[in-house]
Design a protein around this ligand. Structure first.
Ligand SMILES: Nc1nc2c(ncn2[C@@H]2O[C@H](COP(=O)(O)OP(=O)(O)OP(=O)(O)O)[C@@H](O)[C@H]2O)c(=O)[nH]1
Ligand SMILES: [Mg+2]
Length: 186
């Protein structure tokens, strides 16, 4: 980064650019969450399963986010790792009502935490324990235990219960992530 860019950053003239990866099993609600974070006039009504990935851009007063909304389907999960090197934050979404596949979600999380491009980096991970509105959903504390999040010692992480259909819990999570990104060195 050149001196003028640095100066502009310090003076708050330039938005910090961050790449965020949105990961989690298929049907967990990733695209629904990202859609809900858009201004209401830009939201789409029909969400379909993601093929490969899609890219969304968001801007706040100080940050410019590029969010990679990855497909969670088994056949596309091998794409995730290609984006680890360039990402500065991860959003990991869990369907809290899908107890059968919680173990698969944990396997995918463990694989990503042990990946060489992520293992030694202090990048923040925001977990959404999504679909809290469903009767079968387990609490975010339970999701946290099932995924053994207490074992993540070298990265800041946070879990929020969410209902992406109503948009509940999303702002709390995004606020936490923004604070973490602001704390990170450029
Ligand atoms: N009840 C309920 N349904 C939800 C919630 N979030 C998402 N859904 C539904 O779950 C289904 C899957 O949502 P998507 O956002 O497409 O899931 P995804 O994680 O992007 O799936 P892939 O793109 O296949 O990886 C859709 O029918 C959504 O309407 C939620 O909080 N509660
Ligand atoms: Mg999707």
């Amino acid at each position: 980064m050149g001196l003028f860019d640095k100066l502009a950053g310090w003076l708050g003239l330039k938005k910090k650019e961050v790449h965020v990866l949105c990961l989690g099993l298929d049907n967990s609600g990733k695209t629904t969450i990202i859609n809900k974070l858009k201004p209401s006039n830009a939201q789409t009504q029909d969400i379909v399963p993601t093929i490969g990935f899609t890219i969304e851009k968001f801007k706040t007063s100080s940050l410019s986010f590029t969010v990679f909304d990855m497909s969670g389907q088994g056949r596309y999960r091998n794409l995730w790792e290609h984006y680890y090197k360039d990402c500065q934050a991860i959003i990991f979404v869990i369907d809290s009502s899908d107890k059968l596949r919680m173990v698969v979600a944990k396997e995918e999380l463990d694989t990503l935490l042990n990946h060489p491009d992520l293992k030694h980096r202090r990048i923040p991970i925001l977990f959404f324990a999504n679909k809290m509105d469903l009767r079968d959903a387990v609490s975010s504390v339970k999701v946290s235990h099932l995924l053994a999040l207490e074992n993540i010692k070298d990265k800041p992480w946070h879990i929020c219960a969410s209902d992406a259909l109503k948009g509940e819990g999303l702002q709390e999570g995004v606020d936490w992530l923004q604070d973490q990104i602001q704390l990170m060195k450029t």
